[in-house]
Ligand binder design. Structure first.
Ligand code: B12
Length: 230
């Protein structure tokens, strides 16, 4: 039952169908529930939001990326799937952000310069808010200088950087170098993530942590929190 619902969500993310009114990549789907309606239904059935995100949205986006690679999908198709996930995350957000949690600290998040992918960052932000962190989201395509300026001004305990392109992850290294040059590197824990990022890459550029997904991001932050001054 839950399995069927999750595979329907996955299918409709791949189709890029936000609502029942959308056509989708293949024809003949109008009138059938889209990702928004299916997400509402899944919640009503008590399906865990973590399963919806991991096995519904994230797995679907991997398939979308593969279809793009073999030129079955083009940019507008990737974008339609991205929109479907974005709309569904708005539905999930209130279920992920529990009220009454004592604030645990502040994190500034950004997708690095040259990179417009922001779905992963947005999911991580929602989950961190849900776990009790104050999140300031600088957006996407953000220069190292703008990130370092924000850190120097806001003095957050954490900085979260996202990159989805192999060609932009170098901006993470530059940002960390600029933090050091600006004398604020030891004031902030840097955690990074995104599809081309690995634990090894994180270590190689001197980041403090790596999160493979939004849920791991929360665990990494919790672990790092024990080493951070309040
Ligand atoms: C949707 C999408 C787009 C959309 C983005 C819309 C948006 N608002 O984000 C659009 C259409 C704009 C797009 C454009 C492009 N894209 Co694109 N895109 C994708 C796609 C299909 C899905 C990405 C996604 O949203 N995944 C779902 C989310 C939930 O996963 P995620 O981002 O990985 O995030 C999770 C983790 O990585 C982690 N995480 C992410 N950030 C952070 C940060 C921290 C701090 C932590 C701890 C964790 C963390 O947690 C997240 C939640 O679980 C991927 C395929 C893929 N396999 O990734 C290609 C992909 C990333 N794109 C690709 C390419 C090539 C492009 C373009 C260059 C295409 C072109 N020719 O123009 C442009 C580049 C534009 C730019 N300058 O950025 C390639 C990249 C190849 C590479 N290795 O460099 C991919 C891999 C597709 C492919 N297989 O070829 N894309």
């Amino acid at each position: 039952m839950a399995e069927d619902m999750i595979s329907l969500i996955r299918e409709n993310v791949i189709q890029g169908r936000v609502t029942q009114d959308d056509e989708g990549f293949d024809e003949g789907k109008v009138g059938q529930p889209g990702v928004s309606e299916l997400t509402e239904k899944a919640l009503a059935q008590g399906i865990n939001p973590e399963d919806i995100i991991k096995r519904g949205f994230s797995e679907a986006m991997v398939v979308v990326g593969q279809k793009f690679e073999i030129e079955e999908y083009f940019l507008p198709d990737m974008l339609a799937s991205a929109e479907a996930v974005g709309a569904a995350m708005e539905i999930l957000e209130p279920h992920l952000v529990k009220s009454g949690i004592k604030p645990k600290g502040k994190i500034i998040v950004a997708t690095v310069k040259g990179d417009l992918h922001d779905i992963g960052k947005n999911i991580v932000s929602i989950l961190l808010r849900g776990a009790g962190y104050t999140v300031e989201d600088l957006g996407n395509n953000i220069t190292p200088q703008a990130i370092v300026d924000a850190v120097a001004k806001e003095r957050p305990q954490f900085l979260g950087l996202s990159a989805l392109l192999t060609s932009t992850r170098i901006r993470m290294r530059e940002t960390i170098e600029l933090l050091t040059e600006s004398g604020v590197r030891d004031k902030v824990k840097v955690i990074i993530g995104g599809a081309p990022i690995s634990e090894e890459f994180a270590q190689s550029i001197g980041a403090d942590g790596y999160g493979a997904d939004g849920f791991e991001a929360v665990r990494v932050m919790e672990a790092l929190s024990t080493n951070v001054e309040g």
